[in-house]
Write a protein that binds this ligand. Sequence first.
Ligand code: AMP
Ligand code: ZN
Length: 466
Amino acid sequence: MNSNKMQKAIQLYNTLSREKEDFSPIDPKEVRIYTCGPTVYDYTHIGNYRAYVFADVLKRMLEYNGLKVNHVMNLTDVDDKTIRNSQKEGKTLKEFTEFYTEKFFEDIKSLNIVPPTKFTKATDNIEAMVELIKKLLKNNLAYKSADGSIYFDIKKFKNYGRLSDLDLEAQKENASGRIKSDEYDKDNVQDFALWKAWDQKDGDVFWDPSTSFGASTKLGKGRPGWHIECSAMSMKFLGEQLDIHTGGVDLIFPHHENEIAQSEGATGKQFVKYWLHNEWVLVDSKKMAKSLNNFYTLRDLINKGINPLAYRFWLLMAHYRTRINFVLGALEGAETALKRLYGLYIGLGGDIGKIDKEYQKKFKERIGDDLDTPRALSLLWDLIKDPDVSATDKKATILDFDKVLGLDFENIKEEEIPEEVKKLVEEREEARRNQDFKKSDVLRDEINTLGYGVKDTPDGQKISKN
Ligand code: AMP
Ligand code: ZN
C-alpha cells in the first residue's frame, strides 16, 4: 500500500489553524490520539456522547485508511464535582466514581463505540501530575500562593490564547487575580490552579507528594487541578507530541488552552498537531448541559424504547462541526430510517459478495473529507438503490462502510415473525395460488392489524414489521 497516497486522502479541520489540513501522522507507524473523557460524577448525557461518537468515527476512519491508532481516553475521577457529589451521597470517592464509570462503559458499548486502546483514571496518575508541576515550577512558569496552591502563570507563557484566539490584554482581571475552581468561564481569564491545597471541603480526598512521591517538593497536601490531569496523562501514555486531541468546543477554552500551556511549558515542544472539536447538541437553542437540566441520558432513550444506535445514526446525519437541535421526534424519525436501512439490508439475502470498488473509493473520499458523515450516509442510500450492483456485492460494501459508521449491520437479525402472522401468510399464499384475490386481500388486512405488512414480489410475499 502506498502510505503517502493514502494519507493525502484525509483532511481534518484543525481548530489551531482554523482550516482543513491534509492529515499526516508524526510517526507513520502509529497515530496518537487523546480524547478528553467524562467526569464521572453522574450519568453522562447524550450531548456528551456526541464527543465520543465523533472520536470513535475519527478513529475508525483512520483505521479504515490502513493506519494504526493508539487512542487514550481519561476518566476524570477527582475534581470539584466528583468530591462534592460523593460527599453528598456519603460514599468514598472511589466507590462513587466507579459506579458512574461502569455506566459509562455500558453506554459506549450500546452506542457501538470501540473502546480506546487505553482508559486511564486521574487518580491512578497523580505522580505523573506532580512531576509535571515540578517541571513547570523549575521552568519558572508556576508559583506557589499563600494558601499553598500552585498556579500556572499565564503571562509567562507567550503562546497563551492561540488555540482559542484570545486576546489576553482585552480580558479584565478579577479581584483575586486567581481562580481556584475548575469551573470558571471565559470572562475570567486568569492563572489557573495546577495543584490545589487541601481545604476542609475536600474531606479525605488529598495526596501528600512530599511523603508519597519523594521529598523536596513545594507541593503540600492537596490534589491536582483538572487541566493538569489531561496534560500529564496524555504525555505519559502517548509521549510529548500527539497527533490529534479531541473534545467538544466548550473545552477549547480554558481546558485545552491550559493543556497546551502546561505541556509546551514543560517540554518546549509542540504538544498537539491537530486539535479537533465537535459542536454542541442543543435543546431549544441552548447547549444540552447538566447545569441547565435540559438533558437526556441514554437510559432515558432506552426506557422510551429507542435503540441507542438510532441516536448514533442521528448524530451521523449531521456533520460533527454543525450544531444540532435535539428533539425526540427527530430521533424517532432517525430510528424509522435506520430500521428501514436494516430491513433493506436483510432483504439483500444471506450471501456476501465483493466490495464495490467505485463505491468504496467514493466513501473514502467523503469520510476522509473531515468526516463528512451526512454525505457518506447518502452514498449508502445510493448504493442500496443502485440497480447495477448485485445484492451480494451491496451487502459486502455496506459491511465495509460500516467499519467506519458503526451501525452494526453485521449483527442485525431478521425479526422473528409470530406464528399467527406466519399462518396467515401461508393461507394467503394458498388463496393467491387459487386466484382468490378477495380472500387474499382480507388476509392482508388481518396481517396488517397484527402489525405486519405484506408485499407481493416476483420472489413471493415479503413480510415486514409496520
Ligand atoms: P464533561 O464530562 O462535561 O467534561 O464533557 C465531556 C465531553 O462532552 C466534552 O468533550 C464536552 O465538550 C462534550 N460536551 C458536553 N456537552 C455537550 C453538548 N451539549 N454537545 C456536544 N458535546 C458536549
Ligand atoms: Zn481533558
